[in-house]
Design a protein around this ligand. Structure first.
Ligand SMILES: *Cc1c(COP(=O)(O)O)cnc(C)c1O
Length: 429
């Protein structure tokens, strides 16, 4: 099994110690399950390792991975901060009583309304993406008579060699201001001149599904050199260095296991050495894990509705969900592991494409999956779906979104209920 919260008993898949077939029977499918203990454990790995390794540090949960009130509550209880990327996420975080001073507001296209709302919420930090936003934050902070804490988002010019769709650190990016072109230096100078901006530091996020710390070493090297340049040219010492997203997760057996605590320790050594070499004081270091907090704490259950074999081509299995609850295969052919939740001990001699229910040929969950000869009514479990599934879900085909059921110490409870027909019609006038 790809994660130790999965096991098999009597041919049934168990998740967080619970029989997934029983949970499917109780709550119906499609169904998102979340393992609360695993979620908390993932938080603690980052918090404890960062606390131990850096002079000063805070992990921020990148809540776009899974934004719901219960998750914000758990993240707050575990002592992490949070990234939000919209007024909507901020609203949800506030409704969970998330401590606003630990919220960082990201995004490359914040509207005046969102900027104003975030300030009214008392958001801790803006991570300012570009010069237009910098001017808008200054203007709105002045109107409100406040001085807004901020970091500036820079692009260090690194390609992390992952998928193009999830790479963000190269010079040619819609996010942030490049260091290489000299624009970042101007950006910092401008921010320092603004009376209602309190510049606390700099940010870079190079990409996702990062399995080795080399990317963080490279990011830290470039950012620390830039901090030394800021000190030498502008007399400014950045107090906070945000190194961006967290480590990768195991979607399949071929993804490596990352010792996150060990890797964070090595990154901290690298940062320490870099600061010493440049004569910089050690900054407070932030990281922004999203998927590695929630992905392996999640699992999706579906019920098979049909199977068919086209001789000479392939076999299809259609399930009662699809791109509406998990669009990641349709978007960028993301890999997932699929298990026959109620027939774990059966021979897997049926190679098939697991397709969704939507009227879109690209609506697939995965291709070339080896499963038992399935029948209508059989259950399928898609593993590692805690990140970027519920948060990317849609109502395409007017399909209701599944509930999120949390599993915690033998208990199960609904964190987000299943959407109803009334919900689907709620905005119609
Ligand atoms: C998406 C994102 C993250 C989180 O990435 P994960 O791969 O989910 O850990 C962190 N920081 C920024 C700026 C992001 O855009």
């Amino acid at each position: 099994m790809i994660c130790d919260n999965l096991s098999v008993k009597n041919g049934h898949l168990y998740f967080a110690g619970r029989d997934t077939t029983e949970l499917a029977a109780r709550y119906g499918t499609p169904l998102y399950l979340m393992d609360e203990e695993r979620l908390r454990r993932n938080c603690r790995v980052y918090r404890e390792a960062m606390g131990r390794s850096f002079a000063s540090a805070l992990p921020l949960y990148a809540s776009k991975a899974l934004a719901c009130r219960r998750v914000y509550e758990i993240i707050a209880e575990e002592g992490l901060g949070a990234d939000v990327v919209s007024a909507g996420e901020l609203y949800l975080a506030r409704s969970a009583a998330f401590p606003m001073d630990k919220v960082f507001f990201h995004g490359n296209s914040k509207t005046d309304e969102e900027i104003s709302f975030a300030m009214d919420c008392g958001v801790g930090y803006f991570i300012i993406d570009n010069a237009d936003e910098l001017a808008a934050v200054e203007r709105i902070a002045a109107e409100k008579g406040i001085r807004q804490k901020a970091l500036l988002r820079l692009t260090p010019g690194i390609d992390p060699h992952t998928f193009a769709a999830v790479s963000t650190g190269q010079v040619d990016s819609k996010f942030g201001v490049p260091i290489e072109t000299g624009q970042a230096l101007t950006f910092v100078r401008q921010a320092l001149e603004l009376p209602h901006i309190h510049l606390r530091g700099i940010h870079a996020h190079v990409g996702s599904q990062v399995f080795t710390s080399q990317v963080f070493y490279d990011t830290a090297d470039i950012m620390l050199r830039f901090m030394a340049e800021l000190r030498d040219k502008l007399g400014y010492t950045a107090e906070i260095l945000n190194l961006g997203g967290g480590y990768g997760v195991r979607y399949t057996q071929s993804d490596p296991v990352v010792d996150i605590a060990g890797e964070i320790g090595k990154v901290a050594e690298h940062v320490k050495a870099g600061c010493a070499a440049l004569g910089l004081p050690e900054p407070m270091v932030l990281m922004e894990p999203g998927r590695s907090i929630v992905a392996d704490a999640g699992l999706t259950l579906y019920t098979v509705q049909s199977t068919k074999t086209i001789p000479g081509y392939r076999s299809y299995v259609s399930v009662d969900g699809g791109m509406t609850d998990n669009p990641r295969y349709a978007l960028y052919h993301a890999s997932y592991t699929i298990e026959p939740a109620g027939r774990m001990d059966d021979e897997r001699d049926f190679v098939c494409t697991v397709g969704g229910r939507c009227c879109e040929s690209g609506d697939m969950i995965q291709e070339d999956v080896a499963l038992p000869r399935l029948q209508r009514g059989d259950l399928l479990a898609v593993l590692t779906t805690g990140a970027y599934n519920h948060s990317m879900a849609s109502n395409y085909n007017t399909v209701a979104r599944p509930p999120i059921v949390m599993l915690s110490g033998g208990r199960d409870y609904v964190a987000v209920r299943r959407e109803t027909f009334a919900d689907l019609a709620a905005r119609e006038l």
